[in-house]
Design a protein around this ligand. Structure first.
Ligand code: NAD
Length: 256
């Protein structure tokens, strides 16, 4: 059980981050949710999650594109046994048209933020004598697709950072790993299904199988619960000697 552990999950008011928070809380961890907004509904999501699992849950605003806010998130909470670096965005364009601001923003939120939060969290883990860093990378941390230069670069960077920090903590009761999801059914992905079907003049089922899941041999989306379950496993004693590696949850994508 993760009872008594504090888990900070970045970018967790929706999608995979929220799913991971639910599974960590189900396993007993107190959780800290985060995003860049500070709406009443953000705090309500934390309240509901805490009530559902009988753990302490709160929401802490922090814009992860800003180094001081990334570090500030960890420092404000003041305890971090489990750090899940999840916040992310996407932008799709050929490199010659790729806006510099988008490149900077994606690298900041998905790569630099993980550097800052990890640097701030390790001293807290060392003080507690236990720690887990779980980076949510992607199949795009291991393979590439055209027009996603910033995303693929950031995710490959996260996989590299995972290995470095694992080596720096190898002799300590701390592990550092990355989960590499293929396509996961989140509200964001779900919203693309009708548009894709229209664009290709297909049924929604065909659009999912032939377009969205073209590279996912299982032809099924992973779920946020499955990503969360993988994170819980990485936090378990069974995974204590798993460090510096990636676990793909991609229906066979990277086996192709
Ligand atoms: P999502 O849009 O539902 O979640 C992204 C989260 O990041 C949101 O909570 C959002 O508020 C937050 N966020 C965005 N910018 C932020 C900022 N500046 N500061 C703080 N938080 C910020 O998308 P998702 O699909 O759940 O993605 C979560 C992670 O999983 C991302 O890193 C993504 O690259 C990765 N991933 C997703 C898929 C997929 O198929 N959905 C596949 C592989 C990897």
């Amino acid at each position: 059980s993760l009872k008594g552990k504090t888990a900070i999950i970045t970018g967790s008011n929706s999608g995979i981050g929220l799913g991971v928070a639910h599974e960590l809380a189900r396993a007993g961890a107190d959780v800290v949710l985060n995003s860049f907004t500070d709406r009443e509904e953000d705090h309500q999501i934390a309240k509901d999650l805490g009530a559902e699992h009988g753990v302490t849950a709160r929401y802490v605003k922090g814009d992860l594109s800003k180094p001081e806010e990334a570090r500030g998130l960890i420092e404000t909470v003041g305890a971090c046994d489990i750090l899940v670096n999840n916040a992310g965005i996407q932008h799709v364009a050929p490199i010659q048209d790729f806006p510099t601001e988008k490149w900077d923003q994606i690298i900041a939120i998905m790569l630099s933020a993980a550097f800052h939060t990890t640097a701030a969290a390790l001293p807290l883990m060392r003080k507690a004598g236990w720690g887990r860093v779980v980076n949510i990378a992607s199949a795009h941390g291991l393979t590439a697709s055209p027009y996603k230069v910033a995303y693929v670069s950031a995710k490959h960077g996260v996989v590299g950072m995972t290995k470095v920090v694992a080596l720096e903590t190898a002799k300590e009761p701390i592990t550092v790993n990355a989960i590499c999801p293929g396509y996961v059914k989140t509200p964001l992905v779900e919203a693309q299904i009708p548009d894709t079907a229209k664009e290709y003049d297909m049924s929604e089922e065909e659009a999912v199988e032939q377009v969205i899941l073209a590279r996912q041999p299982s032809k099924e989306f992973a779920t946020t619960e499955q990503i969360g379950g993988t994170a819980v496993f990485l936090c378990s004693d069974a995974a204590a000697q798993i460090t510096g590696t990636t676990i793909s949850v991609d229906g066979g994508w990277t086996a192709l």
